[in-house]
Design a binder for this molecule. Structure first.
Ligand code: MN
Length: 741
């Protein structure tokens, strides 16, 4: 047992509080210190009996969050107060009204936005998504809610060590899914990188440590290289009278990891492990000219790569980022990225929104230059929130779509600039212009050339939209757009159409039943729904209305019922609830598949193997409670796992294989080799004769002597599969055997 010295602890708490005050000091106005003190005492008192999972006093957490707000984001008193109190309403007896009474309306609104929604959720909704939506709703009042939330998340990620494994995974996935892109979008570069690194550390610690060690090992030689590289630049900058600093910074572990993965290269081959950053002290009016002057000096010494010049000064990125990037060839034949920016630009790049705000106020006082990309983004989020009445998950997907990293800059026929996310199409552009233009869009002219609606736009394109009064949005339009605005508008239009199709379908069903002298009531509808294997009555109506289910086949349902009745089993009419009816149908149609193989205390539970990743025994898996299909089993490495774990952590169920039973599972193998006569024969022999495996399909391609085959087969376990793979790789001529999903 650990002895806790309460007196020591009390001292430590005070020490941390004073540190916070000291850091905040330059930001404080008269009377601020008193308010902060009050917030601290109240929070300290309210959390008195609580401890974090690590055993530390709870108050360390709000104190740390407040410190992140000050030091790493640059926020002031209101945020410090809100940060100190952010968990008080959620976790203690304090109510929002108490906060409002003590600290006023502003602080109370912010804390409301930071407080999770509790209570019962509609089945099929996601508590995480709802909470996120709520947080964003407050954005329209105050962007500080999100900034404090990010600080909260950063502290939680930094202290994730003491959490149980499944919580680590959930919190880390959620962070990667949402908070890191959000930090990026708000221009909080330092926080974004740290969140990503922590994500990797907790989900793939081996890789994380490997890369971090490598960065460390190469530090000395890297520093030596940087010193030589910058020497002539420094000299020239000095002689031209620039005030400047030059940094050589290694890239984050995560970004290196990403490069290795994307380009499929080892650590040693990642050429841009670091970037040189030249930060100059420049008057606001001379910024652009000065940066280009520095560019000219750099490229006097080193030859630039013309494809890798990025001018984020003339056109800042939507998150406010400004900088001039070039990649040049060093004397040792290595490409080096050089970033040129002013102190102001650097501040915005590192600390994002708050820093941006600070300069903007200054700027506005001097006459200003109109709304920035960030303000526009916030306006966009607001309008998204206002137009969205659908469910929260859909909303979150849409919102995430808005966070994507790169933008394209395109022009209207009149030369007006529009900024769209990377990958945006002509149709996105049409919806950006106007909802009606989007809905009637039949194509576009890009740089006077005719293109289809799904044509992807490139930087500098000039786009003219072509419309037709006869045009109507269809389902597959959703695949042709990337902006959340276009998606939302198309969905609205489809919803409208769907509603009328459902009504049509319902009418048809009523008519058919009447013809067959059957009643139209909820019981019959429920049975029809189950018989036609649709999830809801509306889906059934819809499929009838659309003709996906042939209305005449309702007759077969009647026959089926008669038949059932003659078998003198308990009448289906008596089976009232839907699950037992579904079961009855299944019984009649024959058994579908498997027995239980998943474990712990779950015992015999029905489950389905997810089609997206085809798990087989031996794979790392988890269970996921779906709305209509019971529990689905996914591999932890499934491409959908991240989304599921982060959005619906509360619906994830532990699952593992209990034993290797003799049940067959579908797995896919890809084989590559040099073609020769009889190769396919040898391969199939290994599969069917030697291991008594059941092959489902084999497809083979042969091109100029190279043989490529895909085989789908039933195996019993990963060991079984591995054994098979190793036997296959022994076949003469086979170069590679790999599993695919
Ligand atoms: Mn918290």
């Amino acid at each position: 047992m650990i002895q806790i010295d309460l007196e020591e602890e009390r001292k430590e708490i005070l020490k941390r509080y004073r540190k916070l005050l000291k850091m905040a000091k330059p930001l404080l106005k008269e009377g601020d210190a008193r308010i902060i003190k009050k917030a601290f005492s109240i929070s300290n008192d309210a959390h008195k009996e609580m401890r974090r999972k690590s055993g530390e006093p709870y108050i360390y957490h709000p104190l740390e969050v407040a410190m992140i707000c000050v030091e790493e984001i640059g926020l002031g008193t209101t945020s410090i107060v809100a940060a100190l109190l952010h968990d008080v309403v959620e976790d203690t007896d304090w109510e929002l009204e108490d906060i409002e009474r003590e600290f006023g309306h502003k602080v109370a609104t912010i804390i409301d936005g930071l407080t999770k929604i509790s209570g019962v959720f509609e089945y099929g909704s996601s508590q995480q998504a709802e909470n996120f939506r709520k947080m964003l709703l407050t954005l329209s009042d105050d962007v500080r809610v999100i900034l404090i939330k990010l600080a909260d998340r950063l502290n939680n990620m930094r202290t994730l060590d003491s959490m149980p494994r499944h919580k680590q995974l959930k919190i880390a996935s959620e962070t990667m899914y949402l908070y890191a892109p959000l930090a990026h979008r708000l221009g909080l570069y330092a926080i974004k990188s740290e969140l990503e690194d922590l994500y990797l550390k907790f989900t793939d610690s081996e890789t994380y440590r490997f890369i971090a060690n490598k960065i460390n090992e190469t530090r000395i030689s890297r520093n030596r290289f940087i010193k030589t590289f910058i020497a002539p630049i420094e000299e020239e900058l000095e002689s031209q009278g620039f005030r400047f600093t030059i940094k050589g910074r290694p890239k984050s572990v995560f970004s290196i990891y990403n490069k290795m993965k994307k380009q499929n290269i080892p650590f040693e081959e990642v050429y841009d492990l670091f970037a040189i950053r030249i930060i100059i002290d420049s008057e606001i009016d001379n910024e652009k000219a000065d940066c280009w002057q520095v560019y000219s000096i750099v490229t006097d010494f080193y030859r630039p790569n013309p494809d890798r010049l990025r001018d984020w000064i003339s056109t800042p990125r939507a998150n406010g980022y400004e900088s001039l990037h070039t990649t040049v060839m060093s004397n040792t034949g290595q490409w080096v990225e050089v970033q040129i920016r002013t102190v102001r630009m650097d501040d915005i790049a590192e600390r994002g929104y708050a820093a941006h705000w600070k300069y903007k106020e200054k700027d506005a006082a001097q006459g200003g230059k109109g709304p920035s990309g960030l303000d526009e983004w916030i306006t966009q989020v607001r309008s998204l929130l206002e137009s969205n009445d659908g469910n929260a998950i859909e909303f979150m997907d849409d919102f995430r779509g808005n966070l994507f990293h790169d933008e394209v800059f395109v022009f209207t026929p009149k030369g007006e600039l529009k900024v769209l996310p990377h990958g945006a199409t002509a149709l996105d552009f049409a919806f950006e212009i106007h909802t009606e233009v989007g809905a009637k869009c039949i194509g576009a002219k890009v740089n006077t050339r005719l293109v289809p609606i799904n044509h992807k736009l490139k930087n500098g394109d000039q786009v003219e939209i072509l419309t037709s009064a006869k045009q109507r949005p269809t389902e597959d339009w959703l695949n042709s757009v990337v902006t959340s605005r276009a998606k939302a508008k198309i969905k609205d239009a489809l919803k409208e159409e769907k509603r009328s199709t459902i009504l049509d379908g319902k009418e048809i069903v009523q008519r058919k039943l009447k013809q067959m002298k059957m009643d139209f009531n909820s019981e019959i509808v429920e049975q029809l729904r189950a018989y036609f294997e649709t999830k809801t009555p509306n889906e059934f109506y819809y499929k009838i209305g659309k003709g996906i289910i042939d209305p005449t086949s309702i007759k077969s349902f009647k026959d089926f019922k008669e038949q059932k009745r003659q078998k003198s089993k308990p009448s289906l009419d008596k089976v009232k609830d839907e699950s037992s009816f579904t079961k009855e149908i299944k019984n009649l149609k024959g058994p579908e598949h498997d027995q239980l193989l998943i474990g712990e205390d779950m015992d015999v539970v029905d489950y389905i193997l997810a089609k997206c990743c085809n798990p087989i025994p031996g794979d790392d898996v988890f269970g996921f409670v779906t709305v209509n299909e019971g529990i689905k089993i996914h591999r932890t490495s499934c491409p959908n796992a991240l989304e599921l774990l982060s959005n619906h952590g509360n619906r994830v169920i532990k699952a593992r294989w209990t034993s290797q039973q003799q049940i067959a599972f579908l797995a896919g193998l890809r084989i590559v080799g040099t073609d020769r006569v009889g190769l396919i024969n040898d391969v199939t022999k290994v599969i069917s004769n030697e291991l008594k495996v059941n092959m489902r399909s084999i497809t083979v391609d042969s091109d100029s002597g190279i043989f490529e085959g895909t085989i789908k087969l039933y195996v019993h376990s990963t060991q079984h599969l591995e054994k098979l793979m190793s036997n296959l790789s022994k076949v003469e001529g086979i170069i590679k055997v790999a599993r695919f999903d």
